[in-house]
Design a protein around this ligand. Structure first.
Ligand code: F6P
Length: 472
């Protein structure tokens, strides 16, 4: 296929809603681009990065002889292209200055807060924008070089929004899809971006732009209409997890034993409240801690009965908003433990660490009430991981309405985390829920996640991407 779509300004059609179905995986080679490669440097060579996305896409690349184009995660580190576990990897250079200006700056201090409801002020810096353009051009050049004739190129996330049109200009033969892992904001917020038209035009180089939620797709539709005067091919494709991997990790005797040990070490409380998040201001950790604090303050909850565990994974530590958030959370943890802890029994156990999968899964099995209360989140896979690991059929999920997962996991205790009273009530509802209701809700939640795993998600997106071309 060699149609020249480089300068195509024709109206794009909205992809009609298709019933979810498993379609055959495309026969064209697939090339993936994401800010990060699916491997990180280990002591001896490379280790695969954790996560369902990597596990879902690698077999596709392996089978089709495709390539993953991305950054190693370290400044000035661009080894020659190499093969890992049968998959071609093509590293893209990000210099130390670009780590500051492109990654920490434009991606995570301009786009990230703006796309998450402007929960923090964005910086608008032309130096950061220049670095974003340069890195996007570098990705487009690398993709143009490695993509086989008529390949499918699947670009991931907000770091690379200019790549589609840059690539289209160089390689009109390619089928180009884009998936946003984070929300896409309403037009009122997007319009704040000094480079809004360039970004919209970059994305418009795609054959299909996928989002987590229908509302995100609608927001992008309005932006295209207002800024470019045309419509875009959009659709919603809620991402999921590798259900069989998580179930297998949770199934063993070792997990049960580890979970029992955790409960003993926590002092055999009646209720373990659990939070597992990257330490990001979008996750609503401080609001959650304040709700717990106020329930302890007024005696609604007692530390003889309850304990909280909060895992906060280090992330983007070079960005000031994250440093401020960490200080606030650690101050709150300290206040709560100072007032409500007992010797040997803190009211909250706080880990600023990244846990390996076996420990995480055992912790999920220990958490009687899982608190997933982000102020805004594209999807939130922790919610899906929690219910998947609950092979015992017990446990309560408290879930923010502002997480993409709330569209599917409607049997969770849904809450508006901006409403401190509602957050308190949701925690109390979860703590007091009777066993019959807990099990009934958990059964439905587990069904929901099993109905659509990350492989289904990838198959559906790719099938619809190819269909947009075949429909022409
Ligand atoms: O949710 C968006 C995302 O970019 C994920 O893809 C990623 O796992 C997470 O945020 C952390 O991102 P990073 O450490 O690459 O900034």
């Amino acid at each position: 296929m060699t149609d020249d779509r480089a300068n195509d300004t024709a109206e794009f059609a909205v992809v009609p809603a298709r019933p979810p179905q498993r379609r055959s995986v495309p026969t064209r080679p697939v090339v993936v681009a994401a800010n990060r490669l699916p491997v990180t440097r280990a002591q001896h060579g490379w280790a695969p990065s954790p996560g369902g996305l990597v596990r879902a896409l690698l077999p596709l690349l392996r089978a089709s002889g495709g390539t993953w184009v991305g950054w190693t995660g370290e400044a000035d580190d661009a080894p020659e292209p190499f093969t890992h576990d049968g998959v071609n990897l093509h590293p893209v250079l990000v210099t130390a200055d670009e780590v500051q200006d492109y990654y920490e700056g434009f991606a995570n201090d301009t786009l990230w807060p703006l796309y998450h409801d402007a929960l923090r002020d964005s910086t608008y810096s032309s130096a950061h924008w220049a670095a974003y353009q340069a890195v996007n051009q570098r990705f487009a050049d690398a993709l143009a070089e490695v993509a086989p004739d008529q390949a499918i190129v699947w670009i991931h996330d907000y770091h690379l929004q200019l790549v589609p049109q840059l690539l289209r200009d160089k390689r009109p033969d390619l089928v180009i899809g884009f998936f946003f892992h984070i929300p896409f904001p309403p037009v009122e917020l997007f319009m704040r971006l000094p480079w809004r038209t360039e970004i919209a035009a970059g994305l418009a180089g795609c054959d299909l732009v996928g989002f987590q939620r229908a509302i995100n797709a609608a927001n992008f539709g309005v932006v295209c209409d207002e800024l470019l005067g045309r419509r875009a091919n959009v659709g919603s494709y809620p991402i999921s997890i590798d259900v069989s991997e998580l179930e297998a990790a949770a199934a063993g005797r070792a997990t049960r034993q580890r979970s029992n040990r955790y409960r003993t070490r926590l002092g055999e409380p009646e209720v373990v409240l659990l939070g597992v998040d990257r330490l990001d201001y979008t996750k609503g950790i401080s609001q959650r801690l304040r709700a717990y604090q106020s329930l302890l303050d007024d005696g609604t909850l007692e530390t003889e009965r309850c304990v909280m565990v909060q895992v906060a994974t280090p992330t983007r530590e070079g960005v000031e908003h994250y440093q401020v958030e960490r200080r606030e959370i650690e101050q709150l943890v300290s206040e709560i433990n100072g007032v409500h802890g007992r010797l040997g029994y803190p009211a909250i156990h706080y880990l600023y660490q990244s846990l390996p999968l076996d420990e995480l899964v055992a912790l999920y099995r220990t958490g009687d009430v899982m608190l997933v209360t982000p102020l805004r989140d594209g999807m939130n896979l922790v919610a899906k991981e929690y219910v998947t690991t609950r092979l015992d059929g017990d446990g309560v999920l408290v879930l923010s309405e502002f997480a993409g997962a709330a569209d599917e996991l409607t049997d969770a205790v849904l809450v508006n985390p901006h409403d401190s009273g509602a957050l308190r009530d949701a925690i109390v509802t979860a703590v007091e829920m009777n066993r019959h209701e807990r099990r009934a809700r958990m059964a439905k939640l587990r069904e929901d996640v099993r109905a659509s795993d990350v492989q289904t998600w990838a198959d559906r997106f790719l099938a619809e991407l190819v269909a947009t071309i075949e429909d022409r």
